[in-house]
Design a protein around this ligand. Structure first.
Ligand code: ADP
Length: 151
């Protein structure tokens, strides 16, 4: 089975994340959207909320599973038998950051990183901008899936 992990903090899940998943679905038998938890990091949404947003967004998609993990992403991939890490690339800064991680992971494991370039109409979206808008009571309806708006 061709299984990929799509790791992230998803605080919250956005239409940019969804675009990468929707386009990754035909490439894999299963995509596990894995919410990484870091106890020293402060999140706007709880782990349960972040998980629920993603589960609701993909209710009718049998290829998608949502999980949470702590520690290194490659250790998590080995635990669930995934040979691929799926990531989205928005801009050169993402590329430089992802390149270092992918090279490091390749040294430490056989896991292959697969990168999808974002769609032009969602490439500007980031969870941090969504959080800023929400903190200031702005409208994020064009940036996040319906499940996040319904919270
Ligand atoms: P992290 O905390 O690991 O950066 P994020 O939740 O911010 O996690 O992002 C997870 C993945 O989604 C990363 O590969 C990131 O590049 C990708 N991503 C984030 N925003 C977008 C977007 N607007 N379009 C496509 N991919 C995105």
């Amino acid at each position: 089975m061709r299984r990929a992990v799509f790791p992230g903090s998803f605080d919250p899940f956005t239409l940019g994340h969804k675009d990468i998943i929707d386009r990754g679905i035909p490439l894999f038998d299963e995509i596990v959207i894995a919410i990484g938890t870091n106890s020293s990091k402060k999140y706007m949404f709880t782990l349960e909320q972040r998980k629920k947003f993603i589960e609701k967004t993909f209710t009718n998609q049998p290829k998608i599973r949502v999980d949470t993990y702590e520690g290194l992403t490659i250790d998590y991939c080995k635990r669930i038998n995934s040979d691929y890490i799926l990531r989205g690339l928005r801009n050169p800064a993402d590329f430089e950051f992802e390149k270092a991680i992918a090279h490091t992971n390749r040294k430490m494991s056989k896991i292959e990183h697969v990168f999808l370039l974002t769609s032009a109409n969602t490439s500007y979206i980031s969870s941090s901008i969504v959080r800023d808008i929400l903190k200031n009571k702005g409208d994020v309806s064009l940036l996040v899936p319906k499940a996040v708006l319904d919270q």
